[in-house]
Design a protein around this ligand. Structure first.
Ligand SMILES: [Zn+2]
Length: 310
């Protein structure tokens, strides 16, 4: 799974955020820890986003934003630095720490459900993407920062909560549905949620229902989908389950295992004298042959039937 296949919006802002020079990149192997922060800016403030934090940090004389990722209130993940970059967010620990900041002031508010969900997905991805990953900590758990009220919320409980995704298959089996032309497979019920679903599967559906294929399942995609469902005469659910996916991209002809046919091999003294399928009566052949043999006084002749499946 890549960073951009998290199923939720990830925006690469590495080249667009304000900066003043650049941090050094020591490569992904240099990172062993993931550090969780909050922004200390209330989430409803206009400046509670990566762009503002970048401006603020540059104003402090830093080369750019301190965090590698910012998760904003609506769940949007902003990808600010490549993983190996030694940006400033934890002083002496910067070299080995990847920083994730959730927008909000968690002394007074809680992270949104969207932020929690996106944090879980990002975190799960990062623990696999960092070859030397050891541990995740809150900012205040690093030595020298015990005084810091960051990130305040219970990030371990958040990470432990399971993402509840019900099985989206109720009418078809996973291998019965075709891929979309862009290679996306059906693996979840597509619908308008918070955080918005994001991915190639959404993009493929947007092409079909005739709206901008940006990969984000927003209200526009939902209304175009409902129109499409109306035209097709199917339930106007505004969601794409396995049946809708089948209607959009088709279904594979699943090959049933071929029934094997049964044959009889008739042997006389070890030599094959007949080969019949089960519909014919191999036994009659044996009886005939036995009779012939008896007439010729060859009572010791041995007849045998062998069964064979083909
Ligand atoms: Zn912090």
């Amino acid at each position: 799974m890549g960073l951009f296949d998290l199923g939720v919006p990830v925006k690469d802002v590495r080249k667009t955020l304000k900066r003043r020079g650049s941090y050094r990149d020591y490569g992904v192997n240099s990172k062993t820890h993931i550090i969780i922060h909050h922004s200390l800016t209330k989430r409803n403030l206009a400046g509670s986003n990566a762009e503002s934090y970048a401006r603020y940090h540059v104003g402090l004389g830093w080369p750019g934003i301190g965090y590698h990722f910012v998760i904003e209130a609506d769940g949007t993940i902003k990808y600010c630095h490549s993983l190996g970059v030694m940006s400033y967010h934890v002083g002496n620990h910067n070299r080995y720490c990847v920083g994730i900041c959730l927008s909000g002031d968690f002394r007074y508010e809680e992270p949104t459900q969207a932020q929690k969900e996106c944090l879980r997905r990002l975190h799960a991805y990062l623990t696999g993407a960092l070859p030397n990953y050891k541990k995740t900590l809150g900012h205040c758990e690093l030595s020298g920062y015990e005084w810091k009220q960051c990130p305040v919320f219970d990030y371990t409980a958040t990470l432990k909560e399971k993402t509840k995704e019900p099985n989206p298959f109720d009418q078809f089996k996973p291998d019965e549905l075709n891929k979309a032309p862009n290679g996306a497979t059906f693996s979840r019920t597509l619908k308008y949620t918070n955080p918005m679903q994001y991915g190639k599967d959404v993009e493929a559906v947007q092409k079909i229902v005739g709206t901008k294929s940006d990969g984000y399942f927003g209200p526009k995609t939902k209304s175009r989908l409902i129109n499409w469902q109306k035209k097709k005469g199917i339930k106007q659910s505004g969601e794409v389950g396995d049946y809708n996916w089948m209607r959009m991209f088709g279904k594979k002809e699943v090959q049933k295992p071929k029934k094997r046919k049964e044959y009889w091999r008739v042997l006389k003294d070890g030599k094959q004298i007949g080969y019949y399928d089960i519909d014919e009566n191999a036994r009659n052949v044996i009886l005939e042959e036995a009779e012939k043999a008896m007439k010729k006084n060859q009572e010791n002749t041995e007849f045998k039937i062998e069964r064979e499946l083909k």
